[in-house]
Design a binder for this molecule. Sequence first.
Ligand SMILES: [Zn+2]
Length: 283
Amino acid sequence: MPELPEVEVLARHLRPLIRGKTVRGVTIRRAKVLRPTSPRKFRQSLVDAKFTGLSRRGKYLQFQLRAKTGGKPVTLLGHLGMTGRIYLARKNACPPRHAAVVLDLGRENLIYEDTRYFGRLTLDTSAVKRLGPEPLGSAFDKTAFGRLLKRSRQAIKIKLLDQTLVAGIGNIYASEALFRARISPRLPARRLTRSQVARLWRAIRKVLAEAIECGSTVPLNFDGSRPDGLFYFGRAAGVPDYYEERLRVYDRAGRPCLDCGGLIKRIRQAGRSTFYCPHCQRA
Ligand SMILES: [Zn+2]
């Protein structure tokens, strides 16, 4: 599932490619992904609009466009859900079976594809208003973070997935940040000491920044259908496997901890997998 780093890398990849392009036509195959925007409103707002920018907020892509008539700004919000992909494809290429929305940009199509349709491509931007601070920005304040943790009885791993606490962390980077901070995923959020809060705050920023760096340096396969464990999008064909141990605990159950050699364990928390080292993360 794509989290902040994957969405950031995608935004950086797409931004220069779509800037200045005009939407000539809109094909909607799965109206569900537009919700609550109606297909009619979606088409009306986007046809003849021009892409002016693309930014990321949490796990959301925010496409900025300008409407042809009146030049009104339009924001198109994208969320990849569990299995979504957004990429440019040559016009003459046959759209894939799971293409939910296709925007005709002239020589190319911007394709939103999702095999499970949990994602969104919508004009409704209310979801981003509820998000907490960006973890890599200056708004992510250590003291405020600690104060919010103090109010929660939830296990810290589960609390980190709360997008109102901090935006963009999902199952992978929650496990990774807790490992780096040497904190047990089961520890109730309000029990974290001040030094644990500080370690976690730093670890969150570190794992996310490293993941963006990794995704920015390795050529990725943005429209590939099979992620290879390196990154959500998977590596492009022919790129050597330098990043085998990029993730230190996630999806490594039963394998040796890279720090202590003990075995990484997998547990279920709120219905989802958590990976951790019981030796390194005792506190
Ligand atoms: Zn360990």
